[in-house]
Structure formats: C-alpha cells, structure tokens
Design a protein around this ligand. Structure first.
Ligand code: UFG
Length: 337
C-alpha cells in the first residue's frame, strides 16, 4: 500500500515512515523541511535499507500537492504536517490557522479528486483541556482550546466529521496523541527542536548535555501527588506503530470515522520524569522550580482501552526506555547532523 506521509521528515513522521517500511508499506514523504532536516531521509535509509521517495512541497500549495497525487496515486495518507508550538500560536494565530487548516482541507479535496479512501490524522490530547475526570476516554467532552494551536486540532477534527458525512467509502482515524517522547532505539532519528525546546524531554537532554544551564520545573503546587504536572509520556515508536494499526483496521472497512487516544494509560509527574532520567543515565540534572506555565493543565493521561481492544495496539516501551533512547539520540546528534 502506497501512503503519502505529510511531515514525514519530522519527529513523529520519520518514526512512522520507518514503521511503514518495516511493515511492507511504501511511504512517500511530503515535507518542505521548514521544521525538519533533509539528512533525516538518509537516516531512514540507514535504519531500513530503503530510501523513501520525497517531495519538498508545501501542503498548502494545492497545485504542487496535486502533482504528487497525480504521480504517486496513493491509497492512503497520514497527515502530520502542522505547526505545533503552543506558545508561538498565541502570538501568531493566523500563521497556525492558515497552515494547519488549509493543509488539511487540501488533503481532503485531493482525497476526493483522486479517490483516496484512507486517512490517519494527527490530533492531540489538548482537545480535552482540563478534564474533570481522569483518565480521559474518547467520550470525555472536549473543551474550548487553550491556544490557537489546540484550536486547529479541534477545528481539524470538526472538519473531518463534516467531511465524513458527505463522503462515500472514506476511512478516517483520528489519533489523539498524548506526550510523544524518546527516539528510535538505533539512535539514528529523534526529535530536532529548533532553538530553545518548549517540551520537557528535549529540554532535559539538552541540559544533561550542557547546552542549557538548568531546567525549570514549571510549578510545584499543583494538586497532584508531588505538586508537579502529570502527563502520559508515550514512546514515539509505539506511537508510530499506532498509525500502522489504524491502516490495518481500515483495510477491513468501507466507511468509518474513529477516534483513538494514543497514550500509555499511565500518568507520570515532571519530578518523576526527572528522577527517572537521572537514575537511567546516572547524570545529576541541574534543575529548580519556577512559576507555573500558562495554559498547563495539572493532570491528564489516557484511558487507552479503546485502541487496545479495537486496533490490537499496545505500548511496548517503558518511560525508562524512552528516556534512555532520547539521551542516546542527544549524544549521537553531534555525529549525525
Ligand atoms: N515542563 C517543565 N519545564 C520545561 C518544559 C516543560 O516543567 O522546561 C513541564 C510542563 O509544564 C508540563 C510537562 O513538563 O507539565 C510537559 O510539558 P511539554 O511541553 O513537554 O508537553 P505538554 O504536555 O505541555 O504539551 C503536549 C504537546 C502539545 C499538546 C499538549 C496538550 O507537546 O502538542 O501536550 O496537553 F498540545
């Protein structure tokens, strides 16, 4: 099965491309490298022995994107390509709405034009906001988004529901990612944050590597077991495999739209992450407590029973594995860049 992967050179995209190849799919990467690096394609070759075909085009450019569909005649598409920095989206909302919404609309128009019936869409647990009952199931009501970024995911899901009602023979899987972390166990691909990392794990690994002086833990008086925020950290390879499982299910369907939480089902606090990293790597992290970060919810983790039963997916990697892999990648970065 030939699958277009938008954002296929990015963090989650590149790991998914590897798993697609490992499972006999032919991924076609569409990525203009605005938030990723060309050498990642070569790294994918080192891991899999196959160099995926690649188009450096902007998914918002309909004509360019159409050419890819014309040439490739894909059977499926995974749409990762999107801006994802929560803080930046607050300051530049139109950048987020323009890119994240237009690219999705183009994907759907092209699916109609070329009779492509299978789509996996990257959504986020951000749609749950500050949920009253934890863990969250797919039926937990969504809440008004805290940021324009989060809103693009909610609007994206709404667009998919409206599109599905009017379309025939389309299979759509909406995957709500919790906190993707780690790197490929080979140490050949991983996260490439541009500038100062916003997310916890790259900030930790850069601090351990001496690139940052110290980590600030945002808040220590949340109503949680140790006062720091609780999240559901999922190894990026497990997350990548969820996309394959979604396609496997779609192959037996003629028309369905399903939403799945992709998380481990376990909540871990920021302090627990830091302690686990120190234990696994034997490195003492320089950190202190600071103010709460605006928009952070105290606690969220997934009820993942739906994806486990319907897609026969299960997380295989532990938090320890993920932190070890993230650290291994950080150390290797000097050699691969
Ligand atoms: N944190 C720190 N210090 C840092 C960075 C993060 O203490 O330097 C804390 C945050 O306050 C939070 C936890 O670490 O409690 C995780 O923060 P991340 O930024 O790594 O992840 P978030 O949970 O904020 O964000 C993730 C995704 C977003 C998504 C959001 C939904 O990255 O795309 O979940 O909740 F929108």
């Amino acid at each position: 099965m030939k699958v277009i992967v938008t954002g296929g050179a990015g963090f989650i995209g590149s790991h998914t491309v590897v798993e697609l190849i490992n499972n006999g799919y032919t991924p076609i990467i569409v990525d203009d490298f605005r938030n990723s690096k060309p050498f990642i394609i070569n790294q994918i070759f080192k891991i899999t022995g196959q160099k995926p075909k690649h188009y450096a085009i902007d998914c918002c450019n309909y004509k360019d994107f159409e050419t890819v569909f014309k040439i490739e005649k894909p059977e499926g598409i995974i749409h990762f390509a999107a801006y994802k920095a929560v803080g930046e989206s607050v300051n530049k909302p139109l950048k987020y709405y323009e890119n994240n919404i237009n690219s999705l609309v183009n994907v759907l128009k092209l699916m109609n034009e070329f009779d492509v019936n299978n789509l996996v869409f990257s959504s986020s647990c951000t749609v749950y906001g500050s949920a009253k009952v934890i863990p969250v199931t797919e039926k937990t009501p969504t809440q008004k988004a805290e940021s324009p970024y989060g809103n693009t995911k909610q609007i994206g899901e709404d667009i998919l529901h409206d599109y599905f009602k009017t379309s025939k023979n389309k299979n759509i899987s909406i995957l709500r990612y919790f906190n993707p972390i780690g790197a490929h166990p080979s140490g050949l691909i991983g996260e490439l944050p541009i500038g100062t990392p916003n997310n916890l794990i790259p900030f930790i690994t850069q601090t351990a590597d001496g690139i940052r002086k110290s980590l600030t833990i945002f808040g220590n008086d949340y109503p949680t077991r140790d006062g720091s925020c609780i999240r559901d950290y999922i190894h990026v390879v497990d997350l990548a495999i969820a996309h394959i499982k979604a396609f496997e299910k779609q192959k037996n369907q003629t028309s369905e739209l399903e939403t799945y939480n992709v998380g481990t089902g376990k909540g871990t606090s920021v302090i627990e992450v830091v302690e686990c990293f120190e234990k696994e790597t034997k490195i003492k992290l320089n950190y202190s407590f600071g103010e709460k970060r605006e928009g952070d919810v105290a606690e969220i983790y997934a009820d993942n029973s739906k994806i486990i039963s319907e897609l026969e997916w299960e997380p295989k990697y532990s938090l320890q594995d993920a932190l070890k892999d993230a650290w291994n990648w950080q150390k290797n970065l000097k050699n691969v860049k």
